[in-house]
Design a protein. Sequence first.
Length: 349
Amino acid sequence: MKDGGTGKTILRALAGEVLPTPPIWMMRQAGRYLPEYKATRAQAGDFLSLCYNPALAAEVTLQPIRRYGFDAAILFADILLVPQALGADLWFVTGEGPRLSTITDQAGVDALKPLDDIHETLNPIYETVRILRRELPEETTLIGFAGAPWTVATYMIAGRGTPDQGPAHALMQGNVAAFEALLARITAATIEYLSAQIEAGAEVVKIFDSWAGSLKGPAFQKYAVAPCAEITAALKARHPHIPVIGFPREAGDGYIGFHKATGVDCVALDNSVSPEWAAANVQTAGCVQGNLASSHMVTGGQALVDETRAIVQAFSKGPHIFNLGHGITPDADPDNVALMIETVRSTKS
Ligand code: CP3
C-alpha cells in the first residue's frame, strides 16, 4: 500500500489508498459565507490587501479549519495574482469581480515582466504558506494552487471575467502566435510560483482550469491538457513527492484519460458529471475529488443529505476526496457545511 509516508488522509487518498471515509475540504472554504471571514476582510481593507497580508491571509485560511475541522486547508490567495506579478494591473470591483489591463497582441506579451521578477510581488504569498505550516494542526494538509494557463489567459486577454471567454477565443483564432506566446509565459510563471509554494511548505498543489469546458477537441488537448502536463512534469522533476490535483472544470468527456495525459495524481470533478459515470470512467485511472453541487450549501435539508451520501457511495470503491463541484457561494448557510461534513463522516460505503 502506498500511503505517501504519512498519516494525513488527503495524502493517503492522493497516493491511491481507498479509505473507509473520504477526506473532505471545500473550494472557497475561506469566503464570504463565514462571518469571521467578513470581519477579517474588513480589517484588511479590500480583497487584494487581504491576499498580500500574510498574517491575515493565514488567519482566514485557518478559520474554516477551526470551525469545521476540514482535512485540508487551501492557501488563501487568488489565481489572478500571477498576472499581477507579470505586470498586469489588477483590481476588484465590488459586486462585479476582477478587472485587469488587457493583452491583445504580441507587444502586450513582450511587455510582461521577466520570470525572475515575479517573486517580488508573490513573496508575501510564500510567507503565508510558511505561517500556515507552523500553525495548522498536524493532521491537516496544506494545499497550494494556481490558475491553469488557459483560464488565467482568459482574464488577461479580456480584462475581466466573461461568460463565454470570447476575447480569448478571438485571439486564439486571430493571432495564434501571440496567444500561444502568452500561454507559454503564464505556464513558465506558474511552474515557478507553484515550486516556490512547495518550497515554502505546500504539501499538495492544485491547478484550477475553471474555463476548460469552453475548449473543445484539439483546442482542449493543446491549451488545457498540454499546459497542465507541462506544469505537472516540471513540478514532479523538482519535487517528485508532491501530489498535483488538476481541475479541468466542465471538461465532460475530456475528464476521461486526463490523469494519464497530464500526470496529475487526482482529477477534480465539477457537478455536471454524475458520480456513477465518473466512478466508471475517471476514477478507474486514479484519485478523484468532488463533486457535490455548491447550491446544496444554500438549500440544505434532505436533498443535501441524500446527494452527499450518493456521492460518497458512488466513489467508495476507489480513492476519493470529498469536495464541492465548484466554490461555495456567499449566500451559503454555514450550518449546511456542518451538515455535509457530518453526513460524509457517517455514511456507510
Ligand atoms: O478556495 C479557497 O478558499 C482559496 C482561495 C481562492 C480564492 N479564489 C479566493 C477568492 C481560490 C482557490 C480562488 C481561485 C479562483 N479565483 C478561480 C478559480 C476557481 C473558480 O472559482 O473557478 C478564479 C476564476 C478566480 C478569479 C476570481 N477571484 C474571481 C472571478 C473573483 C470574483 C468572484 C467573486 O466571488 O466575487 C475572485 C474573488 C475571490 N477569490 C474571492 C475569494 C474568497 C471573493 C473576494 C471577496 O472577499 O470579496
